[in-house]
Design a protein around this ligand. Structure first.
Ligand code: NAP
Length: 563
């Protein structure tokens, strides 16, 4: 480990000649919820840390995704940090499901409360991350000309942060304004009197369409694949509910960590096939009325058994037909080509009902695909030009790998991560990848990440990484690296578990299917947050089984873990 040099700033690096790289103990890329907590933990270990963040402020996904209606689909009481009892007691959420502005305020509060900003360089993107074999450290370069070195590098780049614009011919010729939900203008957009096209009906489209429709003259929704969506039933925070959580926060958080997706809610252990039709209807109706993701916990086998899954899908399709008055529109909105939940389920406020408005229309791209964008609007294959003033692309992200690969990472022998992952991401536990020593990925591919409450998964990874680094330092260990064998068997396990479920049946972003040419690999680990945490802890307790250490004499011995 290098000695801490807290007074040396990357910003002080000379910009001409051969710049002397400023040296830190650790570099963290990204100042979203993962990067903020990582910085806090590393500082607690006495490390000098430099964080690079592309945005002007903290918050990551909640900094960029400012589109109208942006809201979390995990309840506020659970979508928050648990690492500080004071923080979780003092912060007050105003709604059952928090909107983006409130979550961003929370991220800023955390940054201030723990004095995190002084180590973060904003508006700075990492362009190259190179392992220097001789010096045993990472060299990190940015678009601002910074060049720093650090033996440890933590990628806190987020799973859904590389926004993706589709390559539609003629897009540059469009005479109006274009927006992407994942890169929304900070000042907001006034759609009053405007004819707006929304392309994409994933969570971002489904959340924004009802809000845009309230303002715009007309909204034309371009839908390629319909999504299943459950009403959020959002409401102001109930004081009694908040008190209940806060009086028992620690125990509830611990329990949530054992759940399949890191969210504490009522999970039914029964198979849907064990219930009668009337019982199922009652169960689904109760959960539909309750709102939120708990709908998918109605039965234990909805992700596993196609017959069970169909009962839930039929229920939601029935709801769509009951809500949407125009029968043809209802049919177009009802998903039929994949099991419910295998594309990320959406949680909405008045989505289906929005199609009953006079100023909203649906274009089913399966019947008439987009041909091109013209100066006046969007032309579909039947020759119709849908004239609009603005186009909102809610077309998603290069998920899980996009932001990591943007950081230009090269490991041992100059091997590029992009080349290593050409056929799909390969990691051990989603935490490290062989050939890239001391490079940690928070909620990386191969970990539960996007299938879980991200806050729970982020805290678990940050704590695991920080504990690992603490042990390395106390033992004088210089490097840790996943072994090829451990990585191979983890990748196989991740695949095997995924294929026991119905998930691979959908062409989803979990599979990389939304990016032309991206390999079809199920990227997150579906074994469950609780099981996964146990595996990670067990591996650490066994002296970091599957990892190789270098530096100190005893590095790889079991005793290295037993503090
Ligand atoms: P998404 O789920 O990937 O949805 C993108 C949409 O754009 C899909 O409907 C897709 O259709 C469509 N699309 C993509 N390329 C297209 C093209 N060339 N022509 C026409 N349509 C096209 O992206 P997202 O809605 O931004 O959501 C991504 C993830 O972010 C979510 O799944 C969720 O995990 C997270 N998120 C969470 C929240 C929340 O907490 N409530 C809110 C927003 C996002 P196909 O399905 O046919 O590809």
């Amino acid at each position: 480990m290098t000695q801490a040099q807290p007074n040396r700033r990357a910003g002080d690096t000379p910009r001409s000649g051969a710049p002397e790289a400023a040296a830190f103990d650790a570099v963290v890329v990204g100042a979203g919820f993962a990067g903020l907590y990582m910085l806090h933990r590393l500082r607690g270990l006495g490390l000098s840390v430099r964080v690079f963040e592309a945005g002007e402020g903290v918050g990551g996904t909640w900094y960029w995704n400012r589109y109208p209606g942006a809201r979390c689909d995990v309840e506020s009481m659970q979508y928050s940090y648990s690492f500080s009892e004071e923080l979780q007691q003092e912060w007050q959420w105003s709604e059952r499901f928090s909107g983006q502005p409130e979550i961003l305020r929370y991220a800023n509060h955390v940054a201030d409360r723990f004095d995190l900003r002084r180590d973060i360089r904003f508006e700075t993107s990492v362009t190259a991350t190179t392992w220097d074999e001789a010096a045993q450290h990472w060299i990190v370069e940015t678009d601002r000309g910074d060049r720093i070195t650090a033996p440890l590098c933590v990628m806190a780049t987020g799973c859904l942060s590389a926004a993706r614009m589709p390559g539609i011919p003629g897009l540059e010729s469009f005479g109006g304004d274009t927006y992407h939900t994942g890169h929304w203008p900070h000042g907001g957009v006034d759609f009053t009197g405007r004819r707006v096209a929304v392309v994409g009906t994933g969570s971002s489209g489904i959340q924004s369409i009802p809000v845009i429709a309230e303002q715009a003259a007309h909204v034309t929704v371009f839908q390629r694949t319909p999504n299943f969506s459950i009403p959020a039933r959002n409401k102001p925070m109930d004081e009694g509910y908040e008190t209940l959580w806060k009086s028992d926060y620690r125990a509830r958080r611990l329990k949530a960590r054992t759940m399949r997706n890191g969210i504490l809610y009522n999970l039914n252990d029964m198979s849907a096939m064990e219930a009668s039709e009337a019982e199922r209807r009652h169960e689904y109706e109760t959960r539909w009325q309750g709102g939120g993701l708990a709908f998918m916990a109605a039965y234990s086998d909805l992700a596993l058994n196609a017959d069970s899954n169909r009962t839930a899908a039929d229920f939601v399709r029935g709801k769509i037909r009951a809500i949407v008055r125009d029968a043809a529109t209802a049919e177009a909105l009802a998903p039929t080509t994949y099991p419910i939940g295998t594309k990320r389920i959406c949680v909405d406020s008045d989505y289906y009902d929005t199609f009953n408005r006079d100023n909203v229309s649906l274009v089913d791209l399966r019947a008439t695909p987009i041909e091109e964008v013209t100066p006046a609007g969007i032309m579909t294959a039947d020759g119709t030009v849908h004239e609009v003033d603005s186009i909102v692309f809610a077309t998603g992200f290069d998920a899980m790998t996009g932001a990591l690969l943007k950081a230009g990472i090269s490991g041992r022998a100059g091997v590029r991560l992009a080349d290593k992952w050409e056929a799909g991401p390969r990691t051990y536990l989603g935490l490290m990848t062989a050939g890239f020593p001391n490079l940690f990925t928070i909620t990386g591919p191969g970990s539960p990440s996007v299938l879980s409450n991200m806050m729970v998964s982020i805290e678990q990874h940050v704590d695991w990484i920080a504990d690992c680094i603490a042990r390395m330092r106390s033992r004088g260990v210089r490097t840790i690296e996943a072994t090829q064998e451990a990585e191979d068997s983890w990748v196989e396990h991740v695949n095997e578990v995924a294929h026991r479920t119905l998930y691979p049946r959908a062409a989803s972003w979990y599979m990389g299917a939304n990016i032309p040419g991206k390999p079809r690999v199920f990227m997150p680990y579906i074994g469950g947050v609780g099981v996964y945490r146990e595996s990670c802890d067990e591996i650490a307790a066994k002296g970091y089984e599957g990892f190789r250490f270098s530096g100190a004499a005893v590095a790889n011995e079991t005793s290295a873990a037993a503090e």
